[in-house]
Write a protein that binds this ligand. Structure first.
Ligand code: SF4
Length: 414
């Protein structure tokens, strides 16, 4: 038996156990909703979940399920099944694995609970529209679509009114499906909890400003689950309060996510779910810590547009101006801000064949970063869930070459 390395034990984030417990109970509650009389809504990851929480509906995220499928290395097989059903292998692997899971209750938790309704917001991509239509037909469940206009650089008054009308329709839709009126006081309370949770999540991510960083982007990929699935609940607020305290303790004790952090990198795009451990170890072996990423910060990035005292109205802008629904120049501006904030030495971009809206502009962002900050960047070609598109030897060679450049550049710095 391999001996335990005490230094590695110290580095383990203790809150992870609590997170696993919460997520297990969450899925048990969702999967037994039929017995408890609760309703279940499937919702896209960027969708406004708060009205569902206020109506006591259990939100379930096929994308979170997709991440679990990827992490359990079941993506390739499920995507292949979807292709046999007639879906193109160019379709997002979250959609493919979800669609092929549904008829067979496949995946690591035996499928998601049947939805009573589906809520689809296209602020992340257009794929979700057709994906949710297909699942709405399959489950014979009503579908609500919230259409957020693309915000190249700004959010016009017309756009605000357009989204606001749909938020009103969303609430009417929920009242019809749930056969009860929305409790406005409860909605206000949920809005405040959502903002608190997002602020805490931002504060957790910001602890990575510290050198060494107490957490890595790979840790953030894991601890993200609650701000996605349970945003707007006291449970999420309590969890992130505890996680933040743990990060602060690690800073005080000088515990970094990587034992000998010398290089600080920024990750762009979704994780490669089936290779997170391998990637984390590979970078750590080169004394590099991925201290920040554009993905997990998306669940607190729109805080500046949200008014906790006027949540429903302000969420029209908050849910429209998220990272995947803004122009490339705006995206690059956010990346530059993160580079400065977290003292980044290099950029690692996952060119994700599944997620076109995330991947198409990466070459432009790479160029802007090179011009404005002179930073080296690495492009890893992969897929977040479908492991058939990952070549370990090719990625390893690229990481080695990239780290040589990062080291060389840093050694020449004053
Ligand atoms: S295409 Fe991208 S944004 Fe759309 S569902 Fe897939 S991973 Fe999410």
């Amino acid at each position: 038996m391999a001996e335990k390395n005490p230094a590695e034990d110290i580095r383990k984030i203790k809150s992870a156990r609590k997170m696993k417990e919460i997520m297990t109970n969450y899925y048990i509650e969702a999967k037994t909703a039929l017995n408890t009389g609760k309703q279940v809504a499937w919702i896209t990851s960027g969708g406004p979940v708060e009205p569902l929480i206020a109506m006591d509906v259990i939100p379930v995220y096929p994308e979170n399920h997709g991440a679990m499928i990827g992490a359990n290395k079941m993506g390739g097989e499920l995507c292949r099944k979807a292709e046999e059903m007639g879906y193109s292998n160019d379709l997002c692997s979250y959609a493919r694995s979800d669609i092929s899971c549904a008829p067979i209750n496949g995946g690591p938790i035996g499928g998601l609970p049947k939805p009573d309704m589906l809520i689809c917001c296209n602020n992340i991509c257009g794929t979700v529209l057709k994906w949710y239509e297909a699942q709405s037909r399959f489950f014979q469940a009503p579908l609500f679509i919230l259409d957020t206009p693309f915000c190249h650089t700004q959010f016009t008054e017309e756009a605000r009114q357009y989204v606001l009308r749909q938020i009103e329709e969303y609430i009417l839709f929920l009242e019809q499906v749930c056969r009860k009126k929305m409790d406005q006081d409860r909605m206000k309370e949920v809005g405040k909890l959502s903002v608190s949770g997002q602020r805490l999540w931002q504060a957790v991510l910001d602890t990575a400003i510290n050198k060494p960083s107490p957490l890595s982007a790979f840790d953030a990929f894991f601890h993200l689950a609650l701000i996605v699935t349970l945003r707007g609940t006291q449970q999420a607020v309590d969890y992130y309060t505890g996680l933040l305290a743990e990060m602060q303790e690690r800073i005080t004790a000088g515990i970094g996510a990587v034992e000998n952090e010398k290089y600080r990198l920024l990750w762009d795009n979704l994780p490669v779910w089936y290779k997170t451990k391998w990637l984390a170890d590979k970078f750590a072996a080169a004394d590099a810590c991925l201290v920040a990423d554009t993905y997990t910060s998306a669940w607190c990035g729109a805080l500046k547009y949200i008014d906790e005292n006027n949540f429903l109205e302000s969420m029209a802008e908050g849910y429209s101006r998220i990272y995947l629904n803004i122009g490339i120049d705006e995206m690059a501006r956010e990346v530059v801000q993160m580079i400065d904030k977290y003292s980044i030495d290099g950029l690692v971009m996952h060119s994700n064949r599944s997620c076109k809206p995330y991947s198409f502009g990466q070459l432009d962002i790479q160029r802007i970063i090179r011009e404005e900050r002179g930073l080296p960047s690495l492009m890893i070609e992969a897929d977040m869930v479908d492991e058939r598109y990952f070549s370990e030897s090719q990625v390893a060679t690229r990481i080695d070459a990239f780290m040589e450049i990062v080291k060389e550049r840093k050694s020449c710095m004053p």
